[in-house]
Design a protein around this ligand. Structure first.
Ligand code: HXC
Length: 271
């Protein structure tokens, strides 16, 4: 893991809530936000994962709290957002990192399977944004007069820029996430001073997403022939991009989804 190029105080005093914050990319962002001054609340479906993530954050001196909950459930969303504000006094940053994924061909995917991933990734992201708006907006509860509005960061993908085998549901879901990012950036940037951005990671090692694709397949010679730019990223590559967007360095960045994939999605075989 790379050493942080940022000062440890860039998120001092900020409170962040991360869905899917207990594992994979979400946990790395939780950790880096905490190491750079933020208090961190994580939301996840599996209590054991959330609990051990909170323990790990606290052992690094990070003020952390965890809540079990499913982003598909509006009551869970409300309870977790309100509990975060009750615990830390306010909410500055919402990171939507919860995502569903499995590889399946379109003909083998049931409409309910398609809907499930849309529900987690797209509707879940909107639900969390909608629920957090009251606290993120300029002048919201717990915010001082000096505070700007808060920040939303949506974890996306590059699958839907072209097309991806066995990922029709995830591609559709992440396309919707990108639309949510742009539309909220426009409307909530204007009305509530909230910045809304995304990050589109490429293949990142040691993550649930990569384990689904299968490391053997990814590392194969054939993959490298077909995708000359292919190389795996690290979770810290995504977390450092998140730090940039969440810190004052990103103050003028609104409505963009930052691709952090080493250029992979541009890749074509050499000929
Ligand atoms: C086909 C499947 C399936 C599979 C579920 N379904 N798994 N269909 N192949 N492997 C279908 C079911 O048949 C069912 O439809 C519907 O989906 C709901 O299934 P449930 O098991 O009831 O859903 P649930 O328990 O809510 O679980 C949903 C889940 C989720 C989407 C499977 O548990 C999940 O994905 N967990 C993994 C999280 C993860 O890996 N996150 C990292 C994402 S990485 P029917 O019709 O039968 O009722 C990422 C990056 C993408 O997003 C880019 C990668 C490079």
């Amino acid at each position: 893991m790379g050493e942080s190029p940022f000062k440890a105080s860039i998120l001092k005093g900020k409170v962040a809530l991360l869905t899917g914050g207990g594992s994979g990319i979400g946990f790395e962002i939780s950790t880096q936000f905490g190491l750079h001054g933020a208090s961190v609340a994580i939301m996840g479906r599996r209590n054991s994962v959330v609990d051990s993530a909170v323990q790990s954050l606290r052992s690094q001196g990070i003020p952390a709290v965890g809540f079990g909950g499913d982003v598909r459930n509006q009551e869970d969303a409300k309870r977790v957002v309100e509990s975060t504000v009750k615990h830390f006094g306010k909410l500055d940053i919402l990171v939507n990192a919860a995502a569903g994924n499995f590889l399946v061909s379109p003909e083998d995917l049931s409409p309910n399977g398609f809907r499930t991933v849309m529900d987690i990734d797209s509707v879940g992201t909107f639900t969390m944004c909608h629920t957090a708006l009251n606290y993120l907006k300029k002048g919201g509860p717990g915010r001082t007069d000096d505070d700007t509005g808060g920040l939303i960061l949506n974890i996306s993908a590059t699958l839907h820029y072209t097309a991806s085998w066995y990922q029709i549901h995830v591609s559709a879901a992440k396309a919707a996430v990108d639309a949510i990012t742009r539309n909220l950036a426009l409307e909530w940037g204007t009305d509530y001073d909230i910045r809304v951005n995304g990050i589109a990671p490429g293949p990142i090692s040691d993550t649930p997403g990569m384990r689904k694709l299968g490391p053997d397949e990814i590392e194969s010679k054939r993959t490298k022939e077909l995708m000359p730019l292919f190389k795996l990223g690290e979770k810290s590559d995504i977390a450092f991009a998140a730090l940039y967007l969440a810190s004052n360095a990103g103050n003028y960045v609104n409505g963009t989804t930052l691709i952090v994939d080493g250029g992979l999605w541009l890749s074509r075989p050499r000929h």
